[in-house]
Every structure is written in C-alpha cells, then in structure tokens.
Design a protein. Sequence first.
Length: 162
Amino acid sequence: MKELGEYLKRMRISNGVSITEACEDLEFSTSHLENIESGNVRAFKDVYELRDSIKLYAKYLGLDPDKIADEFNGFLFQHTSKISLDDILAAQKKKQDERKVKSPYTKEYKEKTNIWPVFVISLVIFVLIFTVFVVVATINKKPVQTNELKGYRKDDLCEFAY
C-alpha cells in the first residue's frame, strides 16, 4: 500500500496539484489524503471506503481507476493472506456472537403448549354453570307483591275499577 500511496503522491506532484487543492476538489480532509499517500491503512475503519477514495483520487489524477483499484485489491490479498486461518475463524465467531440477529429464519422457537382445549373446556363449564344458575333462579322466583296490594283480594280490586 505504501508503494501505491507514493505513486499517487508522485502523480499529484507531477500534475502540479497541491495537497490542499486536491482536498478541496475531492472534498477530502487533508489527513484523509495524507493517509492515502503515506499508505496508512490503519487510519481507515472501512477498507471498501478506502478503496473507493483511492479510485476517486486516481480518476482525479487522470489515472485508470480500475487499474489502481486492482493494485489496492492485490495489497489487500497479500495482507489478508498473512493472517492465519485460526485468527480469521476466531474473528468471525466473535463478530457473529456480537451481532446475533433475531429474524423469523434464525429465531429459535420454544415448543408451545396448546391452550385452546383448556380454554374451550373452561368456557363450556362456565356457560353450563351460568345456565344452571339462571334456571334455578327463575324456578325459585316468587311473584312480586307490592305494599299497595297487600291485604286486598282480586275481587275487591274489581269494585274500585268502576
């Protein structure tokens, strides 16, 4: 990466462009462009963003952006091929543990018990008890007698009606 950064710096200087002018035109910060030219990959959080910045910078300098991107990808391959497989697997496992996503496809479902039969049986029992209560209440119901009519016979009431 250092060689690629130095090459981009040489091309910038040979085109007569100052670093501040390039930063203004590309809307990069000065430290961003200096890190690219010095080959400081660790200053960037995302290598894909770095690759896009390098392609944009190469296009700005009049270079073939795809060729420069291929050079950068070659650097990435060499850099990542030096990492042991155990380290890669450990990093992947750590990353998976950090961000467990719960979706309908990855979510583990607990076995659910079916409560519908219990609900239906309870409802039927409640309805039966309520029905028995209503029937017993209507059978035992005494006729309503008001105070006005107490002590009068039915025949007596007919005399007052005329």
